[in-house]
Design a protein around this ligand. Structure first.
Ligand SMILES: [Zn+2]
Length: 380
């Protein structure tokens, strides 16, 4: 496991009061920066030597705050960070890396940095807690990786837009790439896609839809039912619509996360993954679980297959699609009998030839795997 530095940036939607607080913090940081820069500058003008120490600057901060008590109202860590930034800029000048730092002006002052101390900056659903600013609405468009630990947090404004950036480290694995000769057909899996579970595999495993995702879906259905009873255009209707939009956004993120984790798991675990190359609209038709079908829609399957494909290829492994006319559900995997009249609603059936009792999805997944193995063996 290795560690890399990463920054994740999200759009912030502060309310007017929070905007004021952010601007105030920017203003105070700027004041500190300029005051301390002016001090460094006058020292430099005396003898052109490197004479200011970082520690001395930081020590000056409390005194300076006594002089301007309103500085105590903003995030104290942000002000400390400002002093450290200034010192770094000053030091870089003496190292020959940059010009002597210049004063900050309001029009080109974009942000301030604070630290995440004991979870002082944390994500709570679609809000982020920021010291002294409070909970600010934000667009959590991609979930942070589980291993990501952020220590620095910067709040910035570009034009009229606000952003928060989380700076930290995350783990990454160096995946062992396979050479093609070592791909093992025994280490393969057949997947039958299902709207309720994403997939059912030939070994009876289903993808594990996270509970939070499932409960979001249930909640969405409930909220949509509520909306259908409201008068269009009324203020209740509008606020309900907003609630649904937010919920949609959250569900989209949860789904993306779920698809990525699942495809990653499959690619890491198996050498071959066999799937049906299906026309997705047909699948929606043939499945009666439309309640979920609306949410795990064609688009997700397309995205999931793409992810699976590139993640496998990256590891020199293979995604193999069996023909879309291959009757995966109708064939008995034991004896090969084909039940042509198998209807869409039959979730279980018994083979008239050999008497095997079949679960529809499991039987299909086993057939897909066997067909996949046949295709690979024939092409070699
Ligand atoms: Zn049979």
């Amino acid at each position: 496991m290795n560690v890399i530095k990463r920054t994740y940036r999200f759009r912030l939607y502060p309310d007017n009061y929070q905007k004021e607080l952010i601007e105030k913090t920017l203003g105070c940081s700027r004041q500190i920066y300029n005051a301390f820069l002016s001090l460094c500058k006058s020292e430099y003008e005396k003898d052109s030597k490197y004479s200011v120490k970082k520690f001395d600057l930081i020590k000056l901060l409390p005194k300076y705050k006594e002089e301007y008590p309103y500085l105590k109202e903003v995030d104290s860590i942000a002000l400390q960070q400002t002093v450290i930034h200034l010192f770094d800029a000053y030091l870089n000048f003496f190292r020959g890396k940059t010009k002597f730092p210049v004063f900050k002006k309001k029009k080109n002052d974009y942000g301030y940095t604070t630290m995440n101390v004991n979870n002082s900056v944390r994500i709570i659903r679609n809000e982020i807690q920021i010291p002294k600013i409070g909970r600010v609405k934000f667009v959590y468009h991609r979930p942070l990786p589980e291993s990501f630990v952020y220590s620095m947090v910067s709040v910035s404004r570009i034009g009229k837009y606000y952003f928060v950036s989380l700076l930290g480290e995350e783990e990454y694995q160096e995946y062992q790439k396979h050479s093609k000769d070592h791909l093992d057909l025994a280490n393969s899996i057949g997947l039958d896609f299902s709207l309720a579970n994403l997939y059912v595999s030939d070994s009876k495993t289903k993808s594990n839809m996270p509970k939070y995702y499932e409960s979001s879906l249930t909640k969405l259905a409930k909220e949509q039912r509520k909306l259908s009873h409201m008068v269009k255009g009324s203020s209740n209707y509008k606020s309900q619509l907003l609630r649904i939009t937010n919920l949609h956004e959250r569900i989209t993120n949860q789904r993306k996360d779920y698809l990525h984790k699942t495809s990653r798991y499959l690619a890491n675990t198996y050498d071959y993954v066999f799937v049906e190359s299906l026309v997705l609209k047909e699948m929606a038709k043939r499945n009666n679980n439309l309640k979920l079908g609306i949410f795990i829609n064609d688009l997700s399957y397309g995205a999931f297959l793409n992810q699976l494909k590139y993640k496998l290829e990256w590891l020199n492994k293979k995604l193999v699609k069996v023909d879309r006319y291959f009757p995966s559900s109708q064939l008995c995997f034991k004896c090969g009998y084909r039940k042509r009249d198998l209807s869409l609603n039959e979730r279980n059936w018994t083979c008239p030839e050999c008497g095997t009792r079949h679960n529809r999805d499991l039987n299909a997944a086993i057939n897909i795997r066997n067909e996949g193995i046949r295709l690979v063996t024939n092409s070699n």
